[in-house]
Design a protein around this ligand. Structure first.
Ligand code: 5GP
Length: 220
């Protein structure tokens, strides 16, 4: 009897990537977590947004953002070139479709560091590809301490950031997963567990159909 098994491709080429949307109030550790995840997993990439605002010192075009003109941005909106876009502080920001779609069909997962509004729009546009993860701080006190450490901001600025943080947190129930970032390594572990489990979803493994067909035909 032959013990040759039908081949079961595992990841690249064998599955469609997913869109991992990470939201949190600023200061809850989302950016550090997503950067670490990307460093650990070569098949996970970060979505680079396009914006019409000027690059800040140290920012790199194509890495931090794609810095483009207002005209170009509006042309791309008309051409349905964004999964979602928003106007923030008088500037456009958006998630370009092209690079994300290329990564997904190549079996790579794409991380989005965006707020609840972007998350909602992405989920509406690509419900089967999106996995939404919300990162919570262990306490508001800790969040405030982290925001204070970031710069010498006035009390007013801190208060308005805390109000924004509360507004962001109020959307936590719209997410598939919630991670409380009590300690970094624990939060990272949970994030990796989500990635692992979501990669195993039947719908992300289109080769299973063929695999099962081969299984069924094994006995002739
Ligand atoms: P900043 O100019 O400080 O980099 O970002 C300003 C705001 O724009 C942040 O709240 C950030 O989350 C948001 N933002 C950045 N990229 C995108 C995007 O692609 N879509 C949306 N909706 N918001 C974005």
């Amino acid at each position: 009897m032959s013990n040759k098994r039908p081949s079961a491709p595992r990841f690249r080429g064998g599955r469609r990537g997913m869109m991992l949307v990470l939201s949190s109030p600023s200061g809850a550790g989302k950016t550090t977590l997503s950067k670490r995840l990307i460093n650990l997993h070569p098949d996970v990439v970060l979505s680079v947004s396009a914006t019409t605002r000027a690059a800040r010192p140290g920012e790199i075009d194509g890495e931090d953002y794609f810095f483009i003109s207002k005209d170009e941005f509006e042309t791309r909106i008309a051409g349905d070139g964004y999964y979602e876009h928003a106007k923030v502080f008088d500037h456009y920001y958006g998630t370009p479709v092209g690079p994300v779609e290329d990564a997904l069909s190549d079996g790579r997962d794409v991380v989005f560091d965006i707020d609840w509004q972007g998350a909602q729009q992405l989920a509406k546009r690509a419900p089967r590809d999106v996995v939404r993860i919300f990162i919570l701080p262990p306490s508001m006190k800790l969040l405030e301490d982290r925001l204070r450490k970031r710069g010498q901001d006035s009390e007013d600025v801190i208060n308005s950031r805390m109000a924004r943080a509360e507004a962001e947190i109020s959307h936590w129930e719209e997410y598939d997963y919630v991670i409380v970032n009590e300690d970094f390594s624990g939060a990272l572990e949970e994030l990796e567990e989500i990635l692992r489990a979501e990669r195993l979803r039947r719908t992300r493994r289109p080769w299973l159909r063929r695999f099962v067909k081969d299984l069924m035909s094994e006995r002739g």
